[in-house]
Ligand binder design. Structure first.
Ligand code: HEM
Length: 303
């Protein structure tokens, strides 16, 4: 069930600006990015679970945006470990489905309210005691911070796993519903640089690396889903499902070239999807729609 929180969404964006600064005309998160053209080829494995057009038997075009998670468009690539991969499947009838992913499998809070409180705590230049208190109040954020602490700089945007984090529902021809969590699995799976190696590269090395790599041929990702079972949480993006959940591959994304002249007016709203897929009630998922709209409104007005 979608609950609009437009006032809290404004507060979230204000708080991001307060912590990171305001970079006029840029996204308030994932500000630095590169658009690419791609083709997605489904393999038919999703057919028993969903009627979604891009997951049947015909290939579809896709728009991809790789990004650095920082709100600062000048951020040096090695300084922020979390990267984004946004995919917009462009269906023949003009419909679209967005799948917006990051290199971490869980989020830091289970509610938008907790996220905004965390941003405020950081923004107020709080004492160490306040920060510790915050982690005591929100133990669910430990999993994400623990993973981020262990992350190392990436060799390439194309060699990491990416996760849309939230659960979604697949709906089949009979109207049956199956909870799923997605994963993009890279064809080329070597992703770690030591900090020493990474520091030798220019600030925008990921952009250049991607171009050089695509000059040699397309880069690829398999689209996988885990099938949720009874009792698996679908509304809490701070927890992962058990490892033994069945995983199936639904198709392959082939990314061919960088788009130099793509207008930057795309909003990768993660709640936009075609028939055969539906949102869960995850409050963070629905909140993102409001927040991205506030961010788009500001950046499109050059603010
Ligand atoms: C309370 C939670 C969140 C807030 C406040 C937030 C905030 C934002 C904002 C302000 C933007 C810029 C939107 C635009 O101007 O178009 C953005 C983009 C993005 N966010 Fe979030 N976000 C949240 C949760 C998440 C989660 C859970 C993910 C995990 C998949 C995520 C991944 C991304 C990515 C990949 C982008 C870049 C989209 C693009 O390429 O245009 N965010 N986020």
């Amino acid at each position: 069930m979608k609950v609009n929180k437009p006032e809290l969404a404004k507060q979230a964006v204000d708080s991001i600006e307060n912590v990171a600064g305001t970079f006029q005309g840029y996204r308030r998160a994932h500000a630095k990015g590169v658009y690419c053209r791609a083709v997605f080829t489904p393999n038919g494995n999703a057919v028993p679970y969903t009627t979604a057009a891009h997951l049947q038997d015909k290939e579809v075009k896709a728009l991809v945006r790789f990004s650095d998670s920082s709100p600062n468009p000048n951020m040096v690539d090695i300084l922020s470990p979390v990267k984004g991969m946004s995919v917009q499947f462009q269906l023949p009838d003009g419909d679209v489905t967005n799948l917006v992913s990051v290199t971490v499998p869980v989020f830091i809070t289970k509610t938008p309210e907790a996220f905004v409180e965390m941003l405020r705590t950081f923004g107020n230049k709080s004492s160490l005691r306040d920060v510790v208190k915050m982690f005591v109040n929100y133990p669910e954020s430990r999993a994400a911070f623990h993973i981020m602490k262990k992350m190392r700089p990436f060799i390439s945007y194309s060699t990491s796993h990416y996760f849309p984090i939230h659960a979604f529902y697949f709906i089949n021809e009979k109207g049956e519903q199956q909870a799923v969590k997605y994963e993009w699995e890279p064809d080329d799976n070597v992703n770690i640089k030591t900090k020493k190696e990474a520091v030798m590269h220019p600030g925008d090395y990921l952009d250049e690396e991607l171009e050089n790599r695509m000059a040699e041929g397309p880069i690829g990702f398999r689209l996988n889903v885990w099938l949720g079972e009874k009792g698996d949480s679908v509304n809490d993006s701070t927890v992962m499902w058990p490892d033994e959940r069945k995983k199936i591959t639904l198709g392959h994304l082939s990314i061919t070239n960088k788009l130099e002249h793509q207008a930057d007016d795309v909003v990768f709203d993660p709640t936009v999807m075609t028939n055969g897929i539906a949102c869960t009630d995850d409050p963070v998922l629905h909140f993102r729609r409001d927040v991205y709209s506030v961010s788009f409104d500001r950046r499109s007005k050059g603010r």
